[in-house]
Design a protein around this ligand. Structure first.
Ligand SMILES: [Zn+2]
Length: 401
C-alpha cells in the first residue's frame, strides 16, 4: 500500500507540473491495480463529501470548496476527472482530512461503498451520454440502493429521481434547486406511475412519492431556510448556477464551520470552474466559453442566452466522454437561436446543421479551429458552446494563445 501510494503521489506531482489531471488519474490507476481497496483505506478517518448528478456536479463541488474558505484545507478533484481512478489519485495525493469529491453518476454507488461519506450531495438526473449511461430510472435505482445508510443526503427536491434515491439515506436536507428540464421525470421512479407537476410541486398519482417540503428554497436570487436568508450575487451566469450555489451553501451550512453570509460571499467570488463560463480575450473577440453536454444543460443555457444577440459558435463532437450518439440534439428546441449569427464546428457539425435546419435556424459550418470561426465574425462579444471534448479543445486553444 505504501509503495503504491508513493507511485500515485509521484504521478500526482507530475500532474501538477503538467497542469492537468492526467497524472492523478495515472497515479490512481497504478494504485488501484496494486491495491484494489485503496480508496477504502485512504478514506479512513476522513470527512468526505461526495457530489453527483448529471449537470452541475463540477460547479457545485467547486462552490462547496470555495465556500469553505481558503483557510480550510480541502482535497478535491478540480479538473473534473470523477471516476474510480481519479478519486483514488486525489485521495493518495494528500493527507488532508476534509475531502470534497465530484463523482460520476455511474460510479456513485461504488464511491459511497468505498469512501463511507458523511454527506452526499445530489444535483439532478437526466439523459446524458446515451451510449454509456443506462436510462435515468436505472441510474436512480442504482443510487437508491447505493445510498442506503448514508448519514445525510443534501438533494434537489425538484427532481423526482433524485428525491427517490435520496430517501434511501438516513437523513435528508432538501434544497428547492429547480430545473427547466422535466422530460425525464414524467414517470415515477418508484412505481412507474404518472408524475404530475403543478407549478414547482410534483407528486406521483399512484404512490406516495411527492415533492418533499424544502428546507432551503430560492426567492429569485435570495436563498432562504426557516431562519436564514442570504442574497446570492454570483459572477457565474444563469439560474442553474444559483441552484448549484444553493446546494453548496446548504452543504457548508451543515458542516457548521462557516456563516451563510461568508459562504455566499465566497461563492460570489468564483468566476470560472475548470474553464466553464470563462471570459477571455482571444483574436480580437471577448469570448464566453460554456459547456452543454446533454438536453437539460442545453435548455438551461438557451434560457441564459435568451436575451443576448451576440454571435454564437456551437461545437459538437461525439468522441470518448461525449458518448458516441449525439441524437440527443433532437431533444432540444434550438428555435430560440433564430436570427442570431451562428457558426457550427466539430466532428458532428453536419448533424448539428441538419438539426438546426429542422428548427429553421440558419448557421454556417466553418471547419477547423475556433480561430478560423472567429475570423468570420466581427470583433466583439462571442459565446462559444461545446459538448465535453469540444469544450475541452476550445479551452486548450484559447489558453495556448
Ligand atoms: Zn409512484
Amino acid at each position: 500500500m505504501a509503495a503504491a501510494r508513493c507511485a500515485a503521489r509521484a504521478a500526482g506531482a507530475l500532474s501538477r507540473r503538467l497542469r492537468d489531471g492526467s497524472g492523478l488519474v495515472i497515479g490512481g490507476r497504478v494504485l488501484l491495480a496494486v491495491e484494489p481497496r485503496a480508496v477504502s483505506e485512504l478514506s479512513r478517518d476522513r470527512s468526505i463529501t461526495l457530489v453527483s448528478g448529471t449537470n452541475g456536479k463540477s460547479t457545485t463541488t467547486a462552490l462547496i470548496v470555495a465556500a469553505l474558505g481558503h483557510e480550510a484545507q480541502v482535497a478535491t478533484n478540480r479538473d473534473g476527472a470523477n471516476t474510480a481512478v481519479a478519486l483514488a489519485g486525489v485521495l493518495a495525493s494528500t493527507d488532508v482530512r476534509r475531502v470534497v469529491l465530484e463523482v460520476d453518476e455511474d460510479w456513485l454507488p461504488w464511491a459511497v461503498r468505498e469512501t463511507r461519506p458523511e454527506v452526499v450531495v445530489l444535483t439532478n438526473l437526466s439523459r446524458d451520454q446515451l451510449t454509456r449511461h443506462h436510462e435515468v430510472g436505472a441510474v436512480a435505482a442504482a443510487w437508491r440502493s447505493g445510498l442506503a445508510g448514508v448519514p445525510l443526503v443534501i438533494a434537489n427536491a425538484d427532481d423526482p429521481a433524485v428525491v427517490w434515491a435520496a430517501l434511501a439515506g438516513r437523513r435528508q436536507t432538501w434544497v428547492a434547486a429547480g430545473g427547466h428540464w422535466t422530460a425525464d421525470s414524467l414517470v415515477c421512479p418508484a412505481c412507474a406511475g404518472r408524475c404530475i407537476r403543478s407549478g414547482p410541486d410534483w407528486a406521483c398519482r399512484s404512490c406516495d412519492l411527492r415533492r418533499p417540503s424544502p428546507d432551503w428554497w430560492l426567492d429569485g436570487r435570495v436563498l432562504r431556510n426557516a431562519t436564514i436568508e442570504v442574497a446570492l450575487v454570483l459572477d457565474l451566469p444563469g439560474r442553474f448556477n444559483v441552484a448549484n450555489a444553493a446546494l453548496a451553501i446548504a452543504t457548508v451550512h451543515h458542516a457548521g464551520r462557516v456563516s451563510v453570509q461568508d459562504a455566499a460571499d465566497r461563492v460570489g467570488d468564483v468566476h470560472s470552474v475548470a474553464g466553464r463560463f470563462e471570459r477571455i480575450r482571444f483574436h480580437g473577440h471577448d469570448l464566453r466559453i460554456m459547456l452543454a453536454k446533454n438536453p437539460a444543460g442545453w435548455i438551461e443555457l438557451l434560457d441564459l442566452m435568451a436575451g443576448d444577440r451576440y454571435p454564437l459558435v456551437l461545437v459538437l463532437n461525439a468522441e470518448g466522454v461525449d458518448g458516441r450518439d449525439p441524437s440527443w440534439i433532437y431533444d432540444v428546441s434550438f428555435a430560440p437561436l433564430r436570427g442570431r449569427t451562428l457558426i457550427v464546428q466539430g466532428r458532428r457539425a453536419t448533424d448539428l446543421l441538419v438539426r438546426l435546419e429542422h428548427d429553421e435556424v440558419a448557421a454556417t459550418h466553418v471547419p477547423g479551429s475556433l480561430a478560423a470561426a472567429l475570423w468570420k465574425l466581427p470583433a466583439g462579444r462571442v459565446d462559444v458552446v461545446g459538448n465535453y471534448t469540444a469544450f475541452r479543445n476550445t479551452v486548450r486553444e484559447v489558453r495556448r494563445a
